[in-house]
Design a protein around this ligand. Structure first.
Ligand SMILES: [Zn+2]
Length: 354
């Protein structure tokens, strides 16, 4: 690949290409943007273009010795610094400093790419700051971070900042079709889940995630007909999946968002004939749910959405998991499928009478 091959980050890429054209390259960059938006790929391609032996139109050629070494992961002048455990430690920055005694081995620039720069411990950050204040010749630093506010302002002020936007859904979907072999409809659905991150999209596209959300949808749809006696055991069984609860709530939120899109924007079920109708939903709605989404007051759907968001916030501050889930499921039962719809309560109730 080359810098021009980075998809969906036109502004960032053309900014970097302008720098390559000028040949006056700043010694430190901060690439910020969400994980999976292409920061690392851009950093590597920028490094490749800087060191290319026969650049084409201010971009790398892809075939010279330097370009090829980089592909094989053997380029001695491209240095990656990644966190050791949860943090980037002082010793790691000290190790770096040792390298600066030597000029780059082959390339014009030694490019140091610091992954998740927000993970630098304070001492490490201060050591890096010292380096950035008196940058060693022919060395260039690219810090990657989700948000620039996560770094020391003194470090940020020494870097040339390049922002990476969340990728457009269309671009994420195209890549899922091309690289993961998904159908266009499911790729479009997953792209919406991924909120602009190709990494998140890949995660969602893995089979176990698909199984996970199928299970969530089955449970939600079962609320339409469930009896009150089955309701609490179902929820308590669901709440045992503590580690997947955050993800499940995310799915519930997207499902409710689908209901809103279906009602308000005329979105269609995936796989349905696209002619004349809106975008495809992420999830397939069954007939019962479709009918409910069509007939309840539209405010009910918005209230539900808010309830799910509140539940997610609650879980982050350690609200009781089972009660949170119960609250969400009861709200779905009441606001979507109708309060009076507690099925076979009396039947099973009688069976339980003493
Ligand atoms: Zn080259």
């Amino acid at each position: 690949m080359a810098l021009s091959g980075i998809v969906g980050q036109q502004r960032a890429v053309s900014f970097l290409k302008r720098i390559l054209k000028k040949e006056a390259v700043p010694h430190a960059f901060l690439f910020s943007g969400m994980t999976g938006s292409g920061k690392l790929a851009a950093a590597v391609e920028f490094a490749r273009a800087l060191n290319c032996q026969s650049p084409q139109d201010h971009d790398s050629c892809g075939v010279c010795g330097s370009c090829r070494k980089l592909d094989e992961g053997l380029h001695p002048d491209i240095v990656h610094v990644r966190s050791d455990g949860a943090f980037i430690k002082l010793e790691q920055i000290r190790e770096l400093v040792k390298r600066f005694r030597f000029r780059p081995f082959e390339g014009k620039f030694r490019v140091v790419i610091i992954h998740d720069a927000q993970r630098m411990m304070e001492l490490a950050a201060n050591a890096l700051l010292k380096i950035l204040e008196e940058p060693p010749e022919a060395n260039l630093f690219i810090l990657l971070a989700v948000e620039s506010q996560m770094l020391l302002p003194t470090i940020v002020s020494r870097c040339c900042q390049v922002r990476f936007q969340p990728l457009e859904d269309r671009i994420v979907a195209e890549r899922l079709v091309r690289e993961e072999g998904l159908s266009p409809d499911s790729a479009a659905g997953i792209a919406r889940l991924a909120e602009g991150s190709i990494e998140k999209a890949r995660w969602f596209s893995r089979q176990d995630q698909a199984e996970g959300w199928k299970r969530v949808i089955e449970r939600l749809e079962s609320l339409a007909e469930i009896s009150i006696l089955d309701f609490f055991p179902m929820v308590s069984d669901w709440a045992k999946g503590r580690e997947t609860m955050e993800r499940d709530l995310e799915f519930i939120k997207l499902w409710v968002r689908d209901l809103i899109l279906f009602r308000v924007a005329g979105a269609r079920n995936p796989g349905q004939d696209a002619a004349g109708s809106g975008a495809a939903l992420t999830f397939e709605l069954n007939a019962r749910t479709e009918q409910a989404a069509r007939s309840v007051p539209v405010e009910h759907l918005f209230i539900l959405y808010q309830r799910v968001e509140l539940a997610m916030q609650g879980l982050r501050v350690n609200a009781n998991l089972q009660m949170t889930l119960e609250g969400v499921c009861l709200a779905i039962k009441d606001f979507l499928y109708g309060k009076g719809n507690w099925n076979s309560f009396s039947k099973r109730g009688q069976a339980l009478s003493f």
